[in-house]
Design a protein around this ligand. Structure first.
Ligand code: AMP
Ligand code: ZN
Ligand code: FE
Ligand code: FE
Length: 292
């Protein structure tokens, strides 16, 4: 059993990469990927802990994409098997994180206008070295008693359309895919159902439009993905030769209803999914080094 989508405290998860590896070991996973938002800072620790505790680790990253979608949907791109030493990757991720800091200040300004006192110092302390996200703000609001849960913080203040919402600076789909592929990774569309198209056909058209840009595959197994959607995606992958992946999107205590490996209940992703991804990744790498 594997889990190829999770966050550490290098972004908005609550656990260190080492703790993630230990949790994976505890529940009997063979393989995990760390896919923090806009950062690969947790990867060296992940790899070290993985080799120490005999868990296979995949270096990854999750990028939010700037694109027009219906119903407040969003498009996230995972890079799996990215080279954590890629200078280009690091540079672009550094830029995205700077933009996150600027946005965090704007969120704080909006909260202050609502007479909710939050400072950048508090937020930096909450995020530690990590890339700042709205869950950090939510945690502070819970800590101050402004709301009773992180979900309430989103519902009242931080979700899109709410009074302290601020958009992020995001990469376009072509730039994000190119960044991932230049860093030697596979570009995998995360949680396709969360693009929130009304019909599967519309989602499929979007996915097919990303193929010429270099999209390698998409997540088929994900916490809370409707079963019919999952079946449709499997069929699309088979017909159009896309790779399939999956994970829980574990955030530790920052997303209380999602468990590593099991998601919101019965998620159970077999090792074969990892082996197939790895085989194709190696094949693509070899093809690249042969220059074709
Ligand atoms: P950010 O990258 O700063 O925009 O934060 C995104 C993270 O916030 C996601 O990974 C979720 O964990 C969380 N999040 C976003 N929207 C909501 C929502 N409506 N309710 C609860 N959590 C949310
Ligand atoms: Zn997150
Ligand atoms: Fe995501
Ligand atoms: Fe995620």
């Amino acid at each position: 059993m594997i889990d190829l989508h999770m966050h550490s405290n290098s972004s908005d998860g609550s656990m260190t990469p080492t703790e993630l590896v230990l949790e994976a070991k505890e529940i009997g996973l063979s393989t995990i990927a760390l896919t923090d938002h806009d950062t690969i800072d947790g990867i060296p620790e992940l790899i070290e802990a993985g080799s120490k505790h005999n868990i296979t680790t995949v270096p990854g990253v999750e990028i939010s994409i700037d694109t027009q979608l219906p119903n407040n949907g969003h498009l996230h791109m995972l890079g799996l098997f990215v080279d954590p030493h890629s200078a280009d990757l690091k540079k672009t991720l550094d830029f995205l994180r700077e933009q996150r800091n600027l946005r965090a200040q704007k969120i704080i300004d909006k909260l202050n206008e609502l007479n909710i006192v939050v400072t950048m110092g508090e937020l930096l302390a909450e995020a530690g070295e990590g890339s700042i996200g709205r869950p950090h703000v939510a945690r502070i609001l819970v800590g101050k008693g402004v709301v009773t849960s992180m979900q309430e913080a989103f519902d009242l203040y931080l979700a899109k359309g709410k009074p302290a919402y601020m958009d992020k600076v995001k990469l376009g789909e072509a730039d994000a895919i190119a960044m991932i592929k230049n860093a030697g990774g596979l570009a995998i569309l995360a949680h396709p159902h969360l693009m929130k198209y009304e019909t599967f056909n519309e989602a499929m058209e979007k996915i097919l439009s990303l193929k010429p840009l270099g999209l390698d595959g998409f997540e088929v197994y994900y916490s809370g993905m409707p079963e019919g959607y999952c079946r449709n995606l499997l069929k699309l992958a088979q017909e159009q030769d896309f790779l399939i992946s999956g994970g829980s999107d574990y955030h530790g205590s920052n997303k209380e209803d999602v468990r590593m490996g099991y998601g919101k209940g019965d998620l159970h992703i077999s090792d074969g999914v990892y082996h197939q991804l790895r085989k194709n990744w190696k094949y693509k790498m070899q093809a690249l080094s042969r220059g074709n």
